[in-house]
Design a protein around this ligand. Structure first.
Ligand SMILES: Nc1ncnc2c1ncn2[C@@H]1O[C@H](COP(=O)(O)OP(=O)(O)OP(=O)(O)O)[C@@H](O)[C@H]1O
Length: 619
């Protein structure tokens, strides 16, 4: 994804710059226009002041013939202009902050709204996408502002240079040419440096990603146990330092080159200026220039150099910003990784059929599913069994349409999932994922977000918690369902209070309750929902779920085969296909994979030696 074509290589991308400028005027219209006005005015003012200075010196230089009123008026005008310039500088500073803030908010808002639009999971599993997202996020704070800052600086410099050039041409024309040549050379060199800086920034992007990873790992309370027990602190710290060191060494090398180049141009500028001043001073001594001419020449030289220095610095920053902001515009233009279907999801039964489904995560990766044929009859409970890595959770992800099958189709009441409106489809499914999330929210929110419109509906949340067998424990927390389930992140209004930490099994039941919030879901998928529950809790939860599920299609995945015994059908996934299907009794009679697994587990409970159990090799 970070190929030259999509990211534009190191060439200048005017469309990116135009987008950034347009975004500034959209994010803060009044502020942006006001900033433009104060900037232009700030650019013109120094030339006007210098011109007044020249007139003043010339007036004073007339000795006894000088007009005191005119000299006083010119001095007063210079004083007033100084006040206006100072006020203008303050106003520009404030407007600059205002626009920068509004712009950063606008960019970030758009960026993460776009991220939310990706329907599938593929982008989130692509390291290049994460690099681009990181660079685009980085761009959100400064890049558009730097681009517009450069435009303003350029406008200001044009105004300033234009005024002073006229002065120089009138006094000693070669100086104008020399200063322009120095400025142009400095600009070209700064742009070349910016290109190198950008290339380095992009080459170390992966290292920054690793830095963030190690940093968050070293402070994550969930990681703290293993880090301490396995003594990983030093190891992880070393890797963090290595990532930081290698990233900053490359950046420092470019900065060194930049500093050297800029020093060279500063010396050149000083030589040019010094020569010019000497020539004009000698000319004044011979009576070719007035005192006012000399003062104006010095002011004009400094003014033009100042304007160029500003433009050169801003141009470098803008070039980097355009490149960085290019990641934002590219990301905003990324197409969705899943084509959108638009057909409404039938309100009927919720029969699901996998028809010769083939799937692999990467084009050159191994096939995970190799022609799965499976029917989840409407209203029936289907148990899915298979060894670790058989592809059970993958099947669930395809069912939720996080990916599309490479071959074959999944049909919902006869319609291909690819043709259905994906949001509507997902709203009809309740899922407890095997790798469920634990949110640093209140207990109420941890469950309520399973059905956002009813997040605040206390009765509904408690009903779901009751089904998952966690209601009593949550109600007994210090603030009941309003208790924060986190020891780290507390809301602002909970200052001084401490959250609580739930046990693994309690969290699992909270996750289960979350998936049960969608009381009108047609399909309920539970991927290892009771792996962390004690025997009593597991028994209770499964009984309640069986009652609750009535009439809905259910897919239950578990390595504890006893939990699947009551399912209407049990399917065994092996070698990427459905190897067996049937009821518990049918499969036991068949004596295949399922019977082998079940007998092994049962033997463990009965305390029989495993070698007494007849086993078939499990694929
Ligand atoms: N996002 C992914 N990218 C690449 N490979 C993946 C991804 N998720 C899973 N896999 C691979 O797909 C295979 C099937 O994984 P899956 O999680 O579906 O197995 P499972 O049957 O649910 O296993 P378990 O019983 O251990 O939960 C595994 O080999 C796994 O490494």
């Amino acid at each position: 994804m970070q190929d030259e074509e999509s990211s534009g290589g190191s060439r200048f991308r005017p469309r990116v710059a135009a987008t950034a400028v347009a975004l500034q005027f959209r994010a803060a219209p009044v502020g942006a226009w006001a900033l433009l006005v104060t900037t232009v005015a700030g650019g013109v003012a120094p030339a006007a002041v210098a011109w007044c200075g020249k007139l003043l010196f010339d007036e004073i230089g007339r000795g006894h013939d000088a007009d005191p009123w005119r000299a006083g008026g010119l001095a007063a005008a210079m004083g007033m202009a100084g006040v206006v310039m100072a006020a203008m500088a303050q106003a520009t500073g404030y407007l600059d902050d205002l626009v920068r803030q509004r712009l950063a908010v606008a960019v970030e808002r758009r960026l993460f709204a776009k991220v939310n639009e990706f329907r599938g999971l593929r982008r989130f599993e692509d390291p290049a996408f994460h690099d681009r997202l990181r660079l685009a996020t980085q761009a959100s704070t400064d890049a558009p502002h730097n681009i517009t800052g450069f435009c303003q600086q350029a406008v200001q410099a044009l105004a300033q240079t234009g005024g002073f050039l006229g002065v120089l041409l009138a006094v000693w024309p070669p100086m104008a040419v020399l200063l322009l040549a120095c400025g142009a050379a400095s600009l070209v060199s700064r742009l070349a440096l910016a290109r190198r800086q950008i290339a380095v920034a992009e080459s170390v992007s992966g290292r920054y990603r690793r830095q963030l990873f190690y940093r968050s790992l070293l402070t994550d309370p969930r990681a703290a146990k293993e880090i301490r027990l396995f003594g990983l602190g030093g190891f992880l710290h070393g890797r963090l330092v290595e990532a930081i060191g290698s990233a900053s060494a490359a950046e420092l090398a470019v900065k060194r080159r930049g500093a050297l180049a800029q020093t060279g141009y500063a010396v050149l500028n000083a030589v040019v200026t010094g020569t010019g001043i000497v020539i004009v001073a000698v000319g004044a001594a011979h009576g070719r220039f007035s005192v006012g001419d000399v003062s104006l020449f010095v002011a004009a030289t400094a003014g033009i150099q100042g304007a160029f220095t500003g433009v050169v610095v801003q141009a470098g920053m803008a070039a980097e910003a355009v490149r960085l902001f290019g990641h934002y515009t590219d990301l905003m233009e990324l197409p969705d990784d899943l084509p959108a279907g638009s057909a409404p999801v039938p309100r009927s039964s919720g029969r699901v059929e996998f028809r010769d489904v083939w799937f692999r995560y990467d084009e050159d990766g191994p096939w995970i599913l190799r022609g799965v044929d499976l029917v989840l009859p409407a209203g029936a409970a289907v148990g899915l069994v298979g060894r670790n890595g058989a592809g059970k959770s993958t099947l669930v992800k395809l069912l939720c349409r996080f990916y599309d099958p490479d071959r074959g189709a999944i049909l919902w009441d006869g319609t291909d999932l690819r043709d259905l409106d994906v949001e509507e489809l997902r709203a009809r499914i309740g899922v407890t994922f095997q790798d469920y999330l634990t949110y640093d929210f209140t207990a109420q929110d941890n469950i309520g977000i399973g059905d956002l419109p009813h997040r605040e509906d206390g009765d509904r949340v408690r009903a779901a918690a009751r089904l998952a067998g966690i209601d009593d424990e949550l109600a007994a927390l210090p603030h009941g369902y309003r208790t924060q389930l986190s020891r780290v992140h507390l809301d602002d209004d909970q200052d001084g209070e401490r959250g609580v930490t739930l046990s693994g099994g309690q969290w699992q039941r909270v996750a289960l309750a979350r998936s049960l919030m969608r009381s009108d879901a047609s399909l309920l998928i539970l991927d290892e929902p009771s792996s962390g529950l004690d025997a009593e809790a597991e028994h209770r939860v499964h009984r309640t779920l069986a009652e609750h599920r009535a009439g809905r299609t259910g897919l239950l995945i578990s390595h504890r085969l006893g939990a699947l015994r009551e399912a209407d059908t049990i399917a065994v996934l092996a070698d990427g296909r459905i190897a067996e299907t049937g009821t518990h009794d049918e499969l036991m009679r068949r004596g295949g994979h399922y019977a082998t697994l079940f007998t092994l587990q049962a033997a463990g409970y009965r305390d029989e030696p495993a070698d007494l159990v007849e086993t078939e090799t499990i694929p």
